[in-house]
Design a protein. Structure first.
Length: 95
């Protein structure tokens, strides 16, 4: 009987963890990929749990060992104008 109770508790916890993981997956509003040499850039707009949209910019490449390396920046809706302004200003120094 104790074995059955432990098994039921384990199954319940696995179901709870799966439900929590599914809830963390955010609704995708927009997604685009850009290839640039050996790097890939991903631009994803997702909906947060509070209903507001946010942008994630991810870059991905393979290192010398062949392992995937990624880094991500998250820009929230209330910061996007400042982010774009600073990005445009920084871009003027690349010309």
């Amino acid at each position: 009987m104790l074995y059955v109770l432990c098994y039921m508790n384990l199954m319940y916890n696995q179901t709870q963890n799966q439900n929590q993981a599914e809830n963390k997956i955010r609704e995708s509003v927009f997604s685009k990929m850009m290839r640039a040499g050996s790097k890939n850039y991903f631009f994803d707009v997702k909906k947060a749990s509070n209903g507001s949209n946010y942008l994630t910019i991810t870059d991905s490449y393979k290192n010398q060992k062949g392992e995937n390396v990624t880094s991500r920046a998250i820009i929230f809706k209330d910061h996007i104008q400042d982010f774009l302004s600073n990005l445009q200003e920084a871009g003027t120094y690349l010309k």
